[in-house]
Design a protein around this ligand. Structure first.
Ligand SMILES: [Zn+2]
Length: 300
């Protein structure tokens, strides 16, 4: 169990260990419980650890944080304008004296730098669920490498919404934590009341919500058609309006994911071009790097 040091603040729990936090305080703004951000983050982690699902999630996340960053999980988490998790792609070039094409393709190494932010305005209740959501992304999401041939619009959108650690599973875990920890005190949480937590069928119910486009349906269809995709490529897409909107871009998730894909795709193609120029062609990027950039040259 995480135990906070006693901190001198005017809050009723200030001198107590976190596990003594009374549930009647769950409505308070999490970022203002203590004046020290580290203590507030530990407060959220401690609250999350009161649920069985949260405890498992924290163990897995701590292990991953330690493996990837050689640091503690709590050092990856910050307060911010909204709750989000981010994986920054870092491409490292290794010096390799061999001139064979296969050896040169090994010169490129992809790494990720992770960060998690939690909405500083949220209550302890909401922020704990947000933390469960973002940790699910962090632990289970398989980031697609924008320099690989698998980095396609269809793969990207599908992975963001219904892939391992995608939006559907993050909300599903959020619902499980709500069910275990908050249900009696906060009986209403959209969709969570309807889930049976029986695996795939519940996940599909959640995924359908994330594929709802409402007024953005036609914009999305116009965009995917530029990439040769059809509505049948996304069977769960519909015109239904859902409250699930990307907090970062304020539009439905499929469209937000498509815009993210285009941004990453353009950036990776520009980087390839820069690398070719700066190494005067000696980097010898694999053919697939150029294949995936040709649509960009054709003006999409
Ligand atoms: Zn999410």
């Amino acid at each position: 169990m995480l135990v906070l040091p006693a901190l001198g603040h005017a809050w009723p729990i200030a001198s107590a260990t976190i596990q003594h936090l009374d549930s009647k305080n769950f409505g308070q703004r999490w970022s203002q419980v203590f004046s020290n951000e580290d203590a507030n983050i530990k407060l959220l982690m401690q609250t999350l650890s009161r649920s069985k699902t949260g405890t498992t999630l924290l163990k897995l996340a701590s292990k991953k944080a330690n493996t990837h960053t050689n640091d503690l999980l709590e050092h990856m988490i910050k307060s911010g304008a909204h709750s989000a998790s981010d994986a920054t792609i870092i491409r490292k070039t290794r010096n390799n004296t061999s001139s064979s094409a296969s050896a040169n393709s090994d010169q490129l190494k992809i790494d990720y730098r992770y960060s998690i932010t939690i909405d500083r305005e949220a209550s302890i209740y909401t922020a704990t669920l947000d933390l469960a959501h973002e940790l699910t992304h962090f632990v289970f999401r398989q980031e697609l490498n924008p320099y690989s041939k698998d980095f396609t619009l269809k793969n990207f959108i599908t992975s963001i919404i219904e892939g391992p650690g995608g939006e559907a599973s993050a909300y599903y875990i959020e619902c499980k934590v709500w069910h275990e920890l908050f249900r009696s005190q906060y009986p209403n949480k959209y969709l969570c009341e309807e889930l049976t937590f029986s695996g795939n069928s519940s996940l599909k119910v959640v995924a359908s919500e994330f594929y709802s486009l409402g007024d953005y349906y036609d914009d999305f269809m116009a965009l995917i058609s530029k990439f040769g995709l059809r509505p049948s490529d996304f069977p769960l897409i519909d015109r239904h309006t859902s409250p699930f909107i990307s907090a970062v871009s304020d539009i439905p998730y499929p469209l937000a994911a498509a815009k993210d894909f285009i941004r990453l795709w353009k950036k990776s193609c520009q980087n390839d071009l820069k690398m070719q120029i700066s190494t005067r062609g000696s980097a010898q990027l694999p053919q697939e790097h150029f294949d995936r950039c040709k649509d960009l040259l054709l003006g999409i």
